[in-house]
Design a protein around this ligand. Structure first.
Ligand code: BG6
Length: 356
């Protein structure tokens, strides 16, 4: 087996399904680190990793030094070795991966986790994390005219930069991430942009995605905060806030239908794109005895998704039975609600999530 270089180490360990952080460096990173692992067929592998300890130590040391807050915010190797930020305070516990600037956990004190995570999620640099809040940008679904481009855009597949971490007097933590156009994004989408994502973690979770046009021509984009909510039993859950709107039913050839006056219940595979709606939604979750409010700003579309039985089975990173415990309610700008941005202009979309 070829030795791992320092850039491909994370993929390499994922291929062997080593869960949790890699073993700590035992000798200060001056030479190869040696450890072994057993794969799913029972084969034993012995590894010598020439660069890992010094590189990872440097990365975490820098992030810790610049951004950690004693007893509240720390950086660590999360699942698959991907870097995550762990927030623990008397108000709330939360986790955010740098990969995709992906919030994977949000739990106000005294509550059950608000966000759903799949136990089958992959944690790889080339895959989106399944659950939490993936950011879809700059397109939603397959890219028009380019079926080989990644589904839901590239933002959820890129490691975002941490710009700042702070704590308010009330104890809420705010983390700001950025993603900037580079060679890789330009091959998929020829636009000069900076995306800035603020994650406010307190009693409420406030997610603010700003996109700025840094080029000299206008561009258009789609975006979604593809939020997976945990529910006790999705067949008992319902979503209000969408009455009298129209939606495109992706389970029925994207036909346009009217929601009428009803709450949205989940009685079959559900994949609906509601356009021209800025209203807040409320998720009723009787099996958990709670309601979750989703307010939004700068968002004109809402998607409601549950894959139900067959689609769950077809997805490799989604447990066959897990659909009963989740529902996605996504604050977005899609289709005819997509955003057009002139040079220098900034667009902001926000979702605010709280137990009500
Ligand atoms: C939803 C889409 O938002 O995301 C669905 O409306 C899609 O059509 C789902 O299946 C999951 O997408 P992905 O790429 O994360 O598997």
């Amino acid at each position: 087996m070829e030795p791992a270089g320092e850039t491909d180490l994370r993929d390499w360990t994922m291929a062997l399904k080593i869960s949790g952080p890699l073993p700590p460096c035992t000798h200060g990173g001056r030479g190869p680190e040696i450890f072994n692992a057993v794969d799913s067929q029972g084969s034993l592998y012995v590894f010598a990793i020439p660069f890992y300890p010094s590189r990872m130590t440097a990365l975490f040391t820098e992030l810790q030094q610049r951004f950690s807050i004693a007893n509240v915010v720390r950086f660590e190797a999360g699942q698959g070795g991907l870097t995550r930020i762990v927030v623990t305070s008397p108000l709330v516990s939360a986790e955010v991966y740098l990969h995709g600037a992906h919030v994977t956990h949000f739990q106000p004190a005294g509550q059950k986790p608000v966000l759903w995570m799949s136990g089958q999620s992959l944690y790889q640099t080339d895959k989106a994390i399944r659950g939490g809040v993936p950011i879809c940008f700059p397109w939603f679904g397959p890219k028009a005219g380019d079926p080989s481009a990644p589904m839901h855009g590239f933002a959820r597949l890129r490691e975002w930069q941490v710009e700042s971490v702070s704590q308010s007097d009330e104890g809420a933590v705010e983390i700001t991430f950025t993603l900037t156009a580079d060679e890789q994004t330009r091959t998929l989408w020829p636009a000069e942009f900076v995306a800035r994502y603020q994650v406010h973690i307190g009693k409420t979770l406030k997610l603010t995605l700003q996109v700025q046009n840094k080029g000299d021509t206008a561009f258009t984009f789609e975006e979604a905060l593809h939020t997976y909510f945990a529910v006790g039993e999705v067949r008992q859950a319902s979503v209000t806030g969408l009455k009298a709107t129209n939606y495109f039913d992706k389970t029925d050839g994207s036909k346009e239908k009217s929601q009428g006056g009803d709450a949205v219940g989940i009685v079959a595979e559900t994949d609906r794109v509601y356009l021209n709606t800025t209203a807040p939604c409320v998720l009723s979750d009787p099996a958990n005895g709670r309601r979750v409010g989703i307010e939004k700003a700068g968002s004109h579309s809402t998607v409601v998704w549950n894959p139900w039985i067959a689609k769950s089975k077809a997805m490799v990173d989604f447990g066959d039975e897990e659909w009963t415990g989740m529902i996605c309610i996504e604050s977005c700008n899609l289709g005819k609600d997509r955003v057009e941005l002139n040079p220098g202009a900034i667009h902001e979309m926000r979702a605010e999530i709280r137990i009500v």
